[in-house]
Design a protein around this ligand. Sequence first.
Ligand code: MN
Length: 418
Amino acid sequence: MPLMKSWVASANDANHPFPLNNLPYGVFSTAGSEPRCSVAIGDMILDVSTAEAEGLITLGDEPLFDLPFWNPLMEQGPAVWAALRERLTALLAKGSKEQNKVEPLLVPQAEAQLHMPFAVSEYTDFYAGKHHATNVGTMFRGPENALPPNWLHIPIGYNGRASSVVVSGTDIRRPWGQLKSPDHDRPAFLPSRRFDIELEMGAIVGTPSDGPITVQEADDHIFGYVLLNDWSARDIQAWEYQPLGPFQAKATATSISPWIVTKAALDPFRCDAPPREVELLDHLKDCRPMLYDIELEVTMAPEGKPASTIARTNYKEMYYSSAQQLAHHTTSGCPMNVGDLLGSGTISGPTKDSRGSLLELSWGGKEPITLDTGETRSFIEDGDTLTLKGAARGDGYTIGFGDCTGTVLPALEDPYAR
Ligand code: MN
């Protein structure tokens, strides 16, 4: 499908992240106003909440946009998701008869503050990128034992914390934790020295389930996707993770991009998973293309300095799709809820410059990377700003996500000071 033209001129630029083909959902406020539901179009934001209040959008008897998150719309199910997309497309398309009614409800993005677009019910993070798992496994166990024996059969995951998921732009405080150096007999309580990012996509569950679901059902249940940075303290992780996996190393914060890009907008970019090295069990088998061709990039900017690109990769490098992860999540009978967030796992490509974490980029700190400013980095330093970017390139248009960014602040001097 080519670019769909809008009467919002900036939306018709082939490189603009928010054309009419995209229509991503967010929550915004302007000075002195309450946060409310909105959709991005070009460099403007349409106030969906007010559009509904004024009768321009009616999807049922009850209002869906009087709360500052998108969960009520998700709860309506795929038919209403499609009806809203159709209605927004009609309102914003070039030649719309209602342009004069919609125009007063547009706000420049430059004047808006963006908030969490949905209420995160629970958060699960996976370890489902093969290049990442191979790199990390090679560093810690050697190339012969890089992938654990279960890796090619199940998407490995852990239950993370919904309470520390934050929207892009939120500052991230360097955590303290228990660190154990091989040179010392006892651990010490210190600020993390190996604070890192993980470049991931987050899938948002839009349809609840109560019992095992198939991969195809799981794909149908996903509402949309965001960029996700799983901030990770590698030194805390190295000491705490055995035998139950990551805990405080991953609990400081998880940042997400501010706009939910719907599955409908990403549909033209679906692609197959890579060839399977061993046959998956039937309940996890691929049944249609469920990965997406989304270009991904990570930049790092030291405080007050320009940003350098430190990695470029693509979401299609994943081994397991979010649908397979969601299906696996339900196999035990685990209920899933609207607003559940599933982190894909770190997305690394096959080459050195396509690695989605500093752990891999600097090979555990042994090979520091050099930024365009000439500075070197093994892990994040105080004041560094890390940004994830994502874009799917269509026929004359781009589907963007909005940056997922965060600046790392120095650790507190004394975390127990009262
Ligand atoms: Mn992760």
